[in-house]
Each structure stands twice: as structure tokens, then as C-alpha cells.
Design a protein. Structure first.
Length: 711
């Protein structure tokens, strides 16, 4: 051994030249960073604790000898405790919601009309909105108690977010202490990074040999979600406040007043926020903001409109995941041209064969795109679902120059093709007639735009996609069991159906050895996985329904079903009893506001398929399903069946129904022995008489409102 080298082959610290030391510090920072990622984020350590400690020690020794070379993001500055924890979970006192979208002027007019209809306002009645930029960052909820910032949480799935309090404290736009605030105040807004700061950060990252970020939003998210708050501190994050959660006292009577109050309390609020008295004024403000977009110095992706009167906001309330009183008017998509290198077929969890365009990478609105959707076989061929031409009938071929289009978060699409640049010999694309994964026939049913693999559960692609959906964030969200692990377990035959996840410990637990010895698993991560699985046995009904991955049943559909049936037993009984298109169970199912015949048919059909049903039963036997609407269950009308009749004077029918359902009541159109309450307005006729005959409790609108107001 050369005597300037230590046992591990490194040059001994006292012998390092300055240049070597600098190089060594960069190398150590990268090694430690990668070890941290493997350990904390991926739960998959790639070096031993002793090796990790040795890296940290050497780093500290070199820094002690060459203090001037210490990196801004030195690994020795990391707080050990904070690193070890990962992020805690935070249950939001009030859910953090998303927004519905408007893509053109008509959508904005319809938004206004919908609101007027719901509130029973005449087309010419005064109605004020606020309009403000939609910031392209990530939302954050800040909780202040007696003026002190006590908690900051990301949105997460809307109900549960990540605790990033230490990180939020490092953001200078976020006050740590407030004067004159309500005792409990949750301020919500967007964390973002300016264009200039983003460019500077990427330059620093590149110079240090670290990963660069695709866009300011990713940079903001990556910077806020650092286990080490010291790193967040060095990243120039900013914050705009635009909403609130729990409050011990109202901020104001109007949205604009509340924002002004937040501004007074010391929050940054967006200077382009304005009140507007008509949809035309909203659109005019939108155009104005669009013109300034490039000069703002930060990314925005649209303009958000909100009903200004908070009393009206509360009457309008929410759909399952979005408020009725707000909408995001998005900017048009961004476009670019590139070469289509190949068309791949992916098989989804419902067997759909989806063509994916593999592209020569191209930047579209600041993001590098190399894949895009081609929708279905008709779309490639240049026709719509009815056989009518799209793109004037131009088909898409491998080798073509294609136009890529990207709108916000949405998956990029292929919009057009340039025939002038079509290579000689390019051939029309033939859509496969068999499943590329299991070779079963791929069938296209009449009226369906999509060709589907007929292999069902035997198709590995469908089974794996179903499992991936099952563990996804909005479904079971099992820590340590993501898409990658699902693929591994499926390939090895350990997990074939969702129920298998919950028997994993029983089947392999004693032999944890087996899991532990497999690539990518250590004793700690194996034990953590089993615990994480057990933690999710208690699952809210809506999540369970969503996780089943039934066609047409998304997160909001699942929430509607859960709120209506409230327990798994009642949901299951109803679906077992139901027949597509007829009978009481069918009528009841499609009476749910937001559930149409398509969703209803899909759910009933799922329950009728033997293999599917067996798989669901096995799964549910492993779980402790929590009833829906715990909050609603506490209300005086929870579980009651209510009928509205006659003229309602203080609210529209739609509003009456939505409010009753939000409190856990069932709203029915006809009076029967099952009816608990009849709310009768002036002009009530036969229904009131029938209710009287049946001895059903009858009340007027005012009494009903008084009753539900106590909720
Ligand atoms: S209001 C209940 N205002 O957009 C409504 N959201 O697509 C709460 N966002 O999750 C949201 N700028 O992260 C609102 N001025 C703005 C916004 C804004 C950006 C984000 C927010 C939200 C997402 C919905």
C-alpha cells in the first residue's frame, strides 16, 4: 500500500491537495446523498451503517482540514434525527380540495349559469366573483394556533398530507408568528419557485454533479419535500396565500375580504387578484393575465374564479373533490413537433389496449416529453368513434413528424401529423388483434372505442395493473409497496390478487428470511412492509370501493357510492340484488346524484362476475372496512330517508338534495313506508297526503333548515 493511502484506498486526509479535497468532498456528498435516498426514500439501503458512518466521518475530517471548501449543502449539516423519521402524516382538519376546470369561454359562462341555477338566482341578479392567477406549484396548509405557526402539511391525498413544518419555517414568505389572527387559523396557498431562482438552482445542481429539475414546480416540490430542512432553507421557495382551512373565527364575509385580511396578517397574496361582476369581466381579466404571463417571473397555468360572497360559497358547498363555487380556467396547451419513433401497446387494468407514442424527446412548454398517448386505433387511423374524419383523415405512422400537445399535468397527446415530412415507405399502422401480453383475443365491442384483451384475470398485464391501482395513493396507499414491488411480487408468484397482499405475512412472515434475502429487501424494510400492510386493514369504505378498480368508478364515484350506502354490507347487498336497467336496487343506485347508467352497469356487472366476486370477497374478509360519513353520521338526519315536495323558497331542489346528502340523509323522490321525513313547501299535494296517511313526520322548509343547522 502506498503510504499516502489509508486502508480503504483513499488518500489520507493530511496528504490531500486542495484540488483533491474539493473533488473528494463532491464525491462524498454525492455518495451520502445517494445512500440517504436509498435508505429514506426507497427504504432500500445500499450500504451498511458502518460504511455510511465512514463516509460521513471522512467528509467531516476533510471539511475540518479545508474549511473554505465546505459545500453549501454539506452532508455534515444534516440533522440526524430529522433524517431518520421520514415525514409524519397529518390529518387535515378540513380536506384540501382540487378544482374543476374550464377550458374555454363557454365553460366559464356555464360555470356562472350552474351557480345561478343552484342558488336560484335570476340571470341578471348581481353576483360577484374573484379572479386570480392559478400558481403552478404545490399546495401547502399552514396551521397557526394563538398566532404561532404550529404545523405545515402538504396536500397529500387531500385528507392526509405530509408534515413539512420544519421545512415551511425556512420559507421567508411564511410568517412564523402572527399578530391579531384568530386563535385557530389554517392558511392555504401555493409554494412555488421563481424562474430566476429555478435557473440558478439548476446551475448549482449541475455544477455539483447533482440532478437538475425539469421545471420550477418539480424543483419546488423536490425542495419542500426534503427530509433535511437545511436543504429546503437553501432553496429559494416562495408562497402565495389564497385560501384557508379550519378557522376559530371568520376572516371576512367575502373571499376578497378574507384575502385582504391574510395580506394584513403578513402573507404574500397575489397582486393580480381582482373582483369581477360578470363572466365577461372574468374572461377579460383572464386575457389580461394571459398577456402578462411570460413576464410574471413564475409559472401559472390558468386563472381561478371564486364566488366572492362566503355565505353563497357555503350554500354552494362541494362535489366529492371540488367546490361548486370555484373553477380553474386553464391556459391553452403548449405545442411542439417531433418524430414518432414507435408505437407501443400498453394493457391497462380493465384490459384496454392503449397505444403509446414513443417520441424523439422534445421540450413542450418547459418539460421534456418522450411519450404521448395516441388514444385508440381510430385515433391513429384518423377517424373518430363514429367513423368521421379527424385531422382531415390523416393517419399517424411510425416515422412521421407529429405535433405534441401538453396541457398542464395532463398526459401529452399527439394532435397532428405533417404529411409533407412523411418518410418514403412509411406504412399504415396495424392495430394488434391479440393482447401483446397474454395473446388472448383483443376484442372491440360495438360502440366501444377501445379494443380490450379478453384474457381477464389470466392476463398478467391486467392482473398487475389492477394490483398497482389497488396499492396506489388514492386507494390502499401501502407504504413500501409501490408499482415496482408489485411487479416483483407478481413475477415471483407471491401476490396474484389483492387479498394475497394481506396474507403475505401469514404465508411468508415466519420466513421473513426469504423476503429479507431478496434483492432490495433488508430485515427492516421487510418488517416495515408487513406492518404497513396491517395498518391498512382498517380502510374507509370509499377507498375500498375505489381500489377495486371497476371501470368508470373513479375516486369521486367511489365517494358517492360510499356516502350513499354507508357500509360495505349494505353496498354489497344492494349490488348483489341489483339487475342492470330495472328494479328497486337499480333505481336506488342511479338515483344518486352523479351516478349514471354507465357507472351503475359497470359496478353491477363486476359483482356478477364470479371470479371477480370471489376475489372481492376474499379481500374483504381480510379487512376492517370503516363506514362512510362518520361526520355525517353524527347529524340529526344521518341515515334518514327524506322527500322534498312543494315549492322550496330558500334553496333550489338541487341544493336541498346535496345538503341533505352531505349530512348523511338519503333523498328520495317518492313517499313510502321507508320515508322518515317529508319536507313540504307550499303547494304540496298527494305526497303530503300520503305521508299523513302513513304517519310520516312532516315539516316545512324553515323547520328543516333549523334541524340541519344544528348539524
Ligand atoms: S383555490 C377549494 N386558488 O390548484 C379550492 N387553488 O387544481 C382550493 N392552485 O390544489 C384551491 N393557485 O394547489 C386555489 N389561486 C389559487 C390557486 C390554486 C393554484 C392549486 C391548488 C389546488 C389546485 C387545484
Amino acid at each position: 500500500m502506498n503510504d499516502t493511502q489509508s486502508e480503504n484506498g483513499n488518500v489520507a486526509v493530511p496528504d490531500l491537495t486542495k484540488a483533491q479535497a474539493k473533488q473528494e468532498l463532491d464525491r462524498l456528498a454525492a455518495c451520502i446523498d445517494s445512500a440517504n435516498t436509498a435508505y429514506h426514500r426507497d427504504d432500500n439501503p445500499d450500504i451498511s451503517d458502518a460504511q455510511y458512518d465512514a463516509l460521513k466521518r471522512r467528509n467531516a475530517e476533510i471539511e475540518a482540514r479545508f474549511p473554505a471548501l465546505k459545500r453549501d449543502d454539506s452532508p455534515s449539516e444534516r440533522v440526524g434525527g430529522a433524517l431518520a423519521e421520514g415525514f409524519g402524516k397529518v390529518q387535515h382538519a378540513l380536506r384540501m380540495l382540487s378544482l374543476g376546470n374550464a377550458f374555454d369561454d363557454d365553460d366559464v359562462q356555464e360555470f356562472d349559469q350552474r351557480i345561478r341555477k343552484y342558488l336560484g338566482l335570476a340571470p341578471d341578479a348581481a353576483l360577484t366573483y374573484t379572479a386570480e392567477p392559478k400558481i403552478d406549484g404545490l399546495s401547502l396548509s399552514l396551521r397557526y394556533e394563538n398566532g404561532a405557526l404550529v404545523q405545515a402539511a402538504t396536500r397529500g391525498d387531500g385528507s392526509v398530507g405530509e408534515n413539512v413544518t420544519a421545512n415551511a419555517r425556512t420559507i421567508s414568505d411564511i410568517p412564523i408568528q402572527l399578530d391579531g389572527a384568530p386563535d385557530v387559523l389554517e392558511v392555504r396557498g401555493e409554494v412555488y419557485m421563481s424562474h430566476a431562482d429555478f435557473a440558478a438552482l439548476n446551475r448549482r445542481q449541475a455544477a455539483a454533479g447533482l440532478k437538475t429539475f425539469a421545471n420550477p414546480r418539480n424543483a419546488a416540490a423536490g425542495s419542500l419535500r426534503q427530509l433535511d430542512a437545511q436543504i429546503t432553507k437553501d432553496r429559494p421557495l416562495r408562497f402565495f396565500a389564497y385560501a384557508w382551512g379550519e378557522l376559530s373565527a371568520p376572516l371576512a364575509d367575502t373571499q376578497s375580504g378574507a384575502i385582504a385580511r391574510l395580506d394584513q396578517l403578513g402573507f404574500a397574496t397575489n397582486p393580480l387578484t381582482q373582483t369581477c361582476d360578470s363572466p365577461d369581466a372574468l374572461i377579460a381579466h383572464y386575457r389580461g393575465i394571459e398577456e402578462q404571463r411570460a413576464d410574471l417571473g413564475y409559472d401559472i397555468d390558468g386563472v381561478v374564479y371564486k364566488v366572492d360572497d362566503l355565505g353563497l360559497q357555503s350554500r354552494l358547498g362541494f362535489r366529492s373533490t371540488t367546490p361548486r363555487w370555484a373553477i380553474a380556467h386553464k391556459f391553452p396547451a403548449e405545442l411542439a413537433w417531433t418524430v414518432l419513433e414507435a408505437i407501443d401497446i400498453q394493457v391497462g387494468r380493465t384490459g384496454a389496449l392503449s397505444p403509446v407514442a414513443r417520441l424523439q424527446p422534445v421540450t413542450v412548454g418547459g418539460v421534456v416529453v418522450s411519450n404521448a398517448t395516441l388514444h385508440n386505433e381510430d385515433y391513429i387511423a384518423g377517424r373518430d368513434g363514429n367513423g368521421a374524419p379527424i385531422r382531415e383523415g390523416r393517419d399517424v405512422r411510425v416515422g412521421d413528424w407529429v405535433q405534441v400537445y401538453r396541457a398542464g399535468d395532463v398526459i401529452p397527446k399527439i394532435k397532428d401529423v405533417d404529411l409533407a415530412r412523411r418518410p418514403v415507405g412509411a406504412v399504415p399502422y396495424t392495430f394488434p388483434r391479440t393482447c401483446p401480453e397474454c395473446h388472448s383475443d383483443a376484442i372491440r365491442e360495438e360502440g366501444d372505442a377501445v379494443r380490450r384483451c379478453s384474457g381477464g384475470i389470466i392476463c398478467p398485464a391486467q392482473a398487475v395493473e389492477k394490483l398497482k391501482h389497488f396499492v396506489s395513493r388514492a386507494a390502499f396507499d401501502i407504504e413500501g409497496l409501490g408499482a415496482k414491488q408489485i411487479e416483483q411480487f407478481y413475477t415471483d408468484g407471491w401476490i396474484a390478487t389483492p387479498a394475497d397482499i394481506f396474507t403475505l405475512r401469514a404465508r411468508y412472515g415466519d420466513g421473513m428470511q426469504q423476503l429479507k434475502n431478496r434483492e432490495g429487501w433488508g430485515e427492516k424494510s421487510a418488517g416495515n412492509l408487513f406492518d404497513a400492510i396491517d395498518e391498512k386493514r382498517a380502510i374507509p369504505l370509499a377507498r375500498l370501493i375505489f381500489s377495486l378498480g371497476m371501470r368508470h368508478v373513479g375516486e369521486s364515484g367511489a365517494a358517492l357510492l360510499a356516502n350513499h350506502y354507508t357500509s360495505w354490507a349494505q353496498f354489497e347487498d344492494a349490488m348483489t340484488a341489483a339487475t342492470v336497467g330495472e328494479g328497486a336496487a337499480w333505481d336506488d343506485l342511479i338515483s344518486i346524484d352523479g351516478v349514471g347508467a354507465v357507472m351503475a352497469t359497470s359496478v353491477i356487472t363486476t359483482f356478477q362476475q364470479e371470479a371477480e366476486r370471489a376475489s372481492i370477497d376474499q379481500l374483504v374478509a381480510q379487512l376492517d372496512v370503516q363506514d362512510a360519513a362518520q361526520r355525517a353520521m353524527d347529524s340529526p338526519v344521518a341515515g334518514k330517508t327524506v322527500v322534498f315536495t312543494g315549492t322550496l323558497e330558500q334553496m333550489t331542489r338541487a341544493e336541498a338534495k346535496a345538503r341533505a346528502e352531505a349530512l348523511g340523509a338519503k333523498v328520495s323522490g317518492s313517499v313510502s313506508a321507508k320515508t322518515d321525513i317529508l319536507v313540504a313547501g307550499p303547494g304540496a299535494g298527494s305526497k303530503a297526503k300520503k305521508a299523513a296517511d302513513l304517519g310520516i313526520e312532516t315539516m316545512d322548509e324553515a323547520s328543516w333548515l333549523a334541524l340541519i343547522e344544528t348539524a
